[in-house]
Design a protein around this ligand. Structure first.
Ligand code: ATP
Ligand code: ZN
Ligand code: MG
Length: 500
């Protein structure tokens, strides 16, 4: 790596008269730095009036942007004392950084704040006019990482996600081949709307959805000692900044805004327009609400982690086993929407577990055992488990695609055959839930500690609509044909509301 920072210091008074002093100070300073890093040097020193400009060049461990602030303090001390001049302003005129990437990019790469040029695997990143704060805030290092990540992603994009079956049930003969959503709409159990990807569950469909919730709690979570927590539905951005969701899925969030004020007078024009036009006065509304302050829950785990932020957990409380089942998850699925299995607002139960590595690995086995009990003994499903690489690990390059063995950390997807989508081989199976062990990623992000132990965490996203779809797609809508285990929970559909 090679760094060339061109910077100017403006002083409170003329420094041309003390040129010799300035030059010898910089020489001395550069010598002291050279003891730590031989490659660093000051070049092109020029002094005009009260402005001193120079380049800091290095290709070693000391990076000019890190040196700069210390240099400022030293200059202030030296010249304040000796010559009674202070530093008014530091202006970075340009910063050129050269570094190598592993592979050459497949197409053009752009990033904010800099122009990026490639010569094979050699990158030249040119920044113009950045302020001191920019350098202080570690942006430079992140920009370098971003370029590297973008190159790697270009290679990754073409490949399909890493996926390997680790267990599968035997084949089961489906009761029917229909799409349960369409059939439920036809029978009036379920109503599409009121807006994109949302649904209204009439008593018949609601009973099935509620049964899934009950089974998940009674057959999986409570027997394993999980305790219920209740979180807020609105997630402030700082939580997603810490978990990485903000940069991971900004195009999937439902954003939340607040009124600028609760003062009704401020809303008078909006109210009047609504009264007169009987339409939503969008232009007026824009003026009366803030920019987004957060979003609707995407998954429950980020806020659960937030609730433990900065805490030290007593050994006797480990492993922490909690679950959330009250808030809905909202995701802008756009073109992917289908039936109740891919919707913009859905019901999930999410257990989160925090404990030692050993505790979590043993819990993972127990969870899988309980899940198997539900899907085999109660639902009698045709399903499988696959080891997959989650997006954040792909991005961070933490797993390579040649890796075929499940590791301690990672995600297992639970997938089921949907008869209405065609043959087992050709039709796409539906992921109806997953289970992750995430190592120390989130406990680190939220600074969660134990008295002695090193902590790991994980979560499992139980998609209730997906449970409904896979069950009904294989077992049909007639309770008489449902497996005995399930009939213990629900053996008849509540009578519907008759419409004339
Ligand atoms: P997919 O690949 O199907 O989009 P995902 O990887 O985005 O799923 P996760 O973020 O891992 O899903 O969420 C966990 C669970 O939440 C999924 O296994 C599924 O049961 C459920 N889920 C996710 N997105 C939806 C959706 N749009 N509609 C209904 N359920 C969903
Ligand atoms: Zn989660
Ligand atoms: Mg998704």
């Amino acid at each position: 790596m090679r760094f060339d920072l061109n910077v100017c210091f403006s002083f409170s008074a003329d420094v041309a008269s003390i040129k010799k002093d300035v030059e010898s100070f910089l020489k001395g300073y550069s010598k002291s730095l050279a003891e730590k890093d031989k490659t660093i040097s000051f070049k092109k020193i020029s002094i005009t009036g009260n402005v001193l400009c120079f380049d800091i060049v290095s290709s070693g461990v000391l990076r000019p942007h890190n040196v700069l602030l210390n240099l400022k303090n030293n200059i202030t001390r030296e010249f304040g004392k000796k010559h009674h001049v202070g530093v008014r302003e530091i202006t970075v005129k340009g910063y050129t950084i050269e570094f190598e990437v592993i592979r050459k990019p497949l197409k053009k790469i752009v990033i904010p704040f800099a122009d990026v040029f490639f010569d094979g695997t050699k990158v030249t990143m040119v920044l113009k006019q950045v302020d001191e704060g920019f350098l202080r805030r570690n942006y430079i290092d992140r920009m370098i990482s971003l370029v590297k990540e973008k190159v790697e992603r270009q290679y990754y994009e073409g490949k399909s996600e890493f996926w390997k079956v680790i267990w599968k049930s035997e084949e089961k003969k489906p009761v029917w081949y229909k799409d349960p959503t369409e059939e439920m709409i036809r029978r009036g159990w379920l109503q599409p709307g009121p807006s994109k990807g949302k649904w209204f569950y009439r008593p018949q469909a609601a009973a099935i959805l509620k049964t899934m919730k009950k089974i998940a709690e009674e057959e999986v979570l409570l027997p394993l000692g999980f305790k219920e927590v209740v979180e807020s539905n609105i997630v402030p951005f700082d939580i997603w900044l810490r978990t990485g969701h903000l940069e991971g899925m900004p195009s999937e969030f439902y954003y939340v805004v607040e009124p600028v004020t609760r003062d009704v007078e401020h809303w008078e024009r909006f109210i009047d327009l609504a009264k007169i036009t009987k339409e939503v006065p969008f232009e007026e509304l824009k003026k009366n609400v803030t920019p987004p302050v957060g979003g609707i829950c995407y998954a429950q785990c980020p806020m659960i982690y937030w609730s433990f932020k900065g805490k030290t957990i007593a050994e006797k409380s480990l492993p922490v086993l909690v679950y959330e089942k009250t808030v809905v998850s909202a995701r802008y699925e756009s073109g992917g929407r289908h039936g109740i299995e891919r919707v913009d607002e859905f019901h999930r139960i999410e257990p989160v577990y925090i404990g030692t590595r050993e505790q979590l690995l043993s819990l993972k086995d127990k969870l899988i055992q309980r899940y198997k009990h539900v899907f085999n003994d109660i639902f009698d499903l045709e399903w499988r488990m696959a080891w997959v690489t989650p997006w954040y690990m792909q991005q961070a390059g933490e797993i390579d695609s040649e890796d075929t063995h499940p590791r301690d950390t990672g995600t297992i997807d639970f997938e089921a055959y949907l008869p209405y989508r065609g043959s087992r081989e050709k039709g796409e199976w539906l992921e109806f839930q997953n289970l992750s062990i995430l190592g120390d990623k989130y406990v680190k992000a939220f600074n969660i500690k134990a008295q002695k132990s090193m902590l790991w965490s994980g979560c499992s996203g139980i998609g209730l609509e997906r449970w409904v779809v896979v069950f009904l797609a294989q077992k049909g809508l007639n309770p008489d044909k449902w497996p005995e285990g399930f009939r213990k929970y629900l053996d008849k559909i509540p009578e519907g509301i008759e419409f004339l």
